[in-house]
Design a protein. Structure first.
Length: 569
C-alpha cells in the first residue's frame, strides 16, 4: 500500500487511486465513473495526434474508432483479456501517457531550434509513466534512437538534446529512488518485479503460443532454446493487435438470413453483436486453440485492414518523412520488450494498439476522399483534409534550416526547469511523509491486546506464542463459497466452504478462511481486521478479528492441533 512502507512498482497510479477513494469512498461504481470521465481525454488526444500526423478527417475517424473499441471492451470484459477505463488498471493511463509523449516529440522535432528546454519535460513524462507502468521505460531508448536517425547530421545537437532528455527523466525519478533506497537498500523499485520475471527463465516453462499447442515437456522446452520464443511472442503480439479490426463481414449473409426468418433481434445478433462476432472467430481470440489457418470468411477483412494501414503509413510518411514512422518504432519496440520477457497477447498489447487504429484511420479517410473525388469530381473541404504540406524534418532538414542546429542554453532557465521537475517528482514521497501511516507496530500490538482480552478460551494467545503471526489491514470484497465452488482464476477448487477477502495492508494478499457453512455470516466490507494464522508462502488464517464489530471469527472446524502449518479441513 502507498504510505505504508510497502514497496510498489506503480506508485503514481496507486496515489491516483487513493485520490479517487478519498473523493468517492469505497463505492466502485462512483470510482469507475470518475476515472472514466478523466480518461475520456483519450479519444481527444487520439484526434489531436492523428490530425497533426495527417488530417482532421483522419483524426475524427480515429477518435470514433477508439470510442467503439473501448465500448466493445466493456461489453466483452468477461470473455477476453481486455482492459478499459472502467477497470482500475494501468493500460488506459499508459496509453494516454504515450500519446502525450508522442505529441511532445512531434512538437519538439517540428521546431528543434525553439525552446530546447522542453525536451526535459519529455524525459520527465517518461519518468512519470514508469511510475504508472514499469515497461514504459522503453520509451527512453526509443526516443534516443529515433532522434539519432533524425539529427545524425548534427551530432552536437543530438548529444545536447539527449542529455536534456535523460536529465529530465532522472530528475523526476530521483526522489522516489531515494525513498526506495531508504526502505529496501536498493535504488531500483522494480527489483521485486524483475525477480518475478526472471523466474520465467529459471523455474517455469514459459512456452510460446505455438509451442504450447504441442504440449512439450520442460526437457523438450529447454532443447528448443530461449531465443526461439522471442519471435514467436513477437508475432503473437502483432497478430492479436489486429483482432481489434473486423475479422469478417457478415452483413450480406445476415440480410439473406433475415429475409427467411424475419427476426430483427436475430439479425442484429448475427450481423453486428460483439458477442456473436467473438463466438464466430473464437479460434482467433483463444490463441492456444488456433491451428494457424485463417478462415476463408476472414481473408477479405484482413486484406482490407492491411490495405488501409499500408495506405495510412504511406500517406503520413509522404507528409512528415521519417517522423511519421516514430509511432511504428514505438509499437515494434514494445512488442520486442514483451517478447524478451516471454509475455504476449491479451491486454498487454492495448498499450500501443491504438497506433494501428491511427494509421488505419488515415488510410480509411484517404480512401474515402479518393472515392468522393472519383464519384463527384469535387474538392473535399479544406477543414476536413487539412494541409498536405508538412515539415519532413530529418532527411529534408536542409529545407528548413540553413545552418546547423545549435540552440543556446541559459543556466538560469536550465536550473529553474530542473528544480521544477525535481519538486514535481518529489510530490508523492513528500505527501507520504506528511500523511501518518495507518498501520504501525503500535496499532498492531493494540489489536493483539484487544483480541487476547476477547479470547476467553486463550486459544489465540497460546497459538501466537507457538509461532503464529498476526497481520493487520483492511478487508476488501468479502465473499463466501461453498465446498466445490470457486472463481475462474483459482488454480484449485477447495473442497470446503470458505470466506475470502483481500487484505490490503503492509502485506497485501487474499485471505481464505475455512468455514463449514455460511450460517448467518455477514462479514463487513472495507473494515480494519487482524488476521491471526501461519505465515509461509501465504498467510493461512486461524481467526479474524473485525475491529468495527469487536468480534472474532474462527475457522470451522478448528484443527485438532493448533500448530503451524495449519491443515486444510
Amino acid at each position: 500500500m502507498l504510505f505504508s512502507g510497502y514497496v510498489m512498482h506503480k506508485p503514481l497510479y496507486s496515489a491516483f487511486l487513493a485520490f479517487l477513494h478519498t473523493i468517492a469512498g469505497q463505492e466502485f461504481e462512483r470510482i469507475a465513473i470518475i476515472q472514466s470521465t478523466i480518461f475520456a481525454i483519450f479519444p481527444v488526444l487520439i484526434y489531436l495526434l492523428t490530425k497533426r500526423l495527417y488530417s482532421p478527417l483522419a483524426g475524427i475517424v480515429a477518435a470514433l474508432l477508439v470510442i467503439f473499441r473501448e465500448a466493445n471492451a466493456i461489453i466483452l470484459t468477461s470473455r477476453i483479456s481486455v482492459s478499459h477505463p472502467r477497470q482500475l488498471m494501468t493500460e488506459t493511463p499508459s496509453m494516454i501517457g504515450i500519446i502525450i509523449i508522442v505529441l511532445m516529440v512531434f512538437i519538439w522535432t517540428e521546431e528543434p531550434n525553439k525552446k530546447i528546454l522542453r525536451i526535459m519535460f519529455i524525459g520527465c513524462g517518461i519518468g512519470l509513466l514508469i511510475q504508472i507502468r514499469n515497461e514504459m521505460v522503453f520509451l527512453l531508448p526509443v526516443i534516443l534512437l529515433f532522434t539519432f536517425l533524425i539529427y545524425y547530421r548534427f551530432p552536437k545537437y543530438w548529444l545536447k538534446s539527449s542529455a536534456l532528455l535523460v536529465a529530465g527523466f532522472f530528475l523526476f525519478v530521483l526522489p522516489w529512488q531515494i525513498r526506495i533506497l531508504h526502505f529496501t537498500g536498493s535504488p531500483i523499485w522494480m527489483t521485486r518485479r524483475a525477480d518475478s520475471i526472471l523466474t520465467r527463465f529459471q523455474n517455469e516453462p514459459a512456452l510460446s503460443p505455438e509451442i504450447q499447442q504441442e504440449n512439450l515437456n520442460p526437457e523438450a522446452e529447454n532443447q528448443i532454446g530461449t531465443l526461439q520464443y522471442i519471435p514467436s511472442h513477437f508475432i503473437h503480439n502483432q497478430k492479436q493487435a489486429f483482432l481489434i479490426f473486423p475479422g469478417a463481414f457478415r452483413f450480406v449473409d445476415s440480410l439473406i438470413g433475415y429475409a427467411v426468418h424475419g427476426n430483427t433481434n436475430r439479425l442484429w445478433n448475427h450481423c453486428c453483436s460483439a458477442e456473436n462476432y467473438l463466438d464466430r472467430l473464437y479460434d482467433f481470440w483463444s490463441w492456444q486453440k488456433w491451428d494457424g489457418r485463417v478462415q476463408r470468411e476472414s481473408m477479405a477483412a484482413i486484406l482490407i485492414t492491411l490495405f488501409f494501414i499500408s495506405v495510412g503509413i504511406a500517406k503520413s510518411r509522404e507528409k512528415w518523412g521519417m517522423r511519421a514512422l516514430f509511432p511504428l518504432l514505438i509499437v515494434f519496440a514494445f512488442y520486442l520488450l514483451l517478447s524478451v520477457f516471454r509475455m504476449s497477447g491479451g491486454r498487454r498489447v492495448q498499450v500501443v494498439d491504438w497506433i494501428w487504429i491511427m494509421y488505419f484511420s488515415i488510410g480509411l479517410s484517404q480512401f474515402a476522399i479518393w472515392v468522393f473525388q472519383f464519384l463527384f469530381s469535387a474538392k473535399v473541404p479544406r477543414w476536413l483534409i487539412g494541409t498536405r504540406k508538412g515539415n519532413k524534418g530529418d532527411f529534408s532538414i536542409r529545407q528548413t534550416l540553413k545552418s546547423p542546429i545549435n540552440p543556446s542554453l541559459h543556466w538560469k532557465s536550465t536550473f529553474s526547469v530542473s528544480l521544477l521537475i525535481l519538486v514535481f517528482g518529489a510530490t508523492v514521497p513528500i505527501i507520504e511523509q506528511i500523511i501518518p501511516p495507518r498501520y504501525t507496530e503500535e496499532t498492531l500490538q493494540a489489536q493483539i491486546n484487544t483480541v487476547l482480552m476477547l479470547d476467553t478460551s486463550e486459544i489465540l494467545g497460546e497459538f501466537l506464542d507457538n509461532g503464529g503471526v498476526a497481520q493487520q489491514g483492511k478487508a476488501l470484497y468479502p465473499r463466501y463459497y461453498t465446498a466445490g465452488e470457486g472463481e475462474e482464476s483459482d488454480d484449485i477448487i477447495r473442497q470446503f466452504g470458505n470466506l475470502r477477502f483481500y487484505l490490503a495492508g503492509p502485506i497485501s494478499q487474499e485471505i481464505v478462511l475455512p468455514l463449514t457453512d455460511k450460517q448467518q455470516l455477514e462479514f463487513p466490507n472495507y473494515r480494519d481486521v487482524l488476521v491471526i494464522g501461519c505465515e509461509d508462502e501465504y498467510l493461512t488464517p486461524l481467526a479474524i478479528y473485525v475491529e468495527s464489530e469487536n468480534s472474532i471469527l474462527f475457522r470451522d472446524p478448528l484443527p485438532e492441533e493448533l500448530v503451524c502449518p495449519l491443515p486444510d479441513p
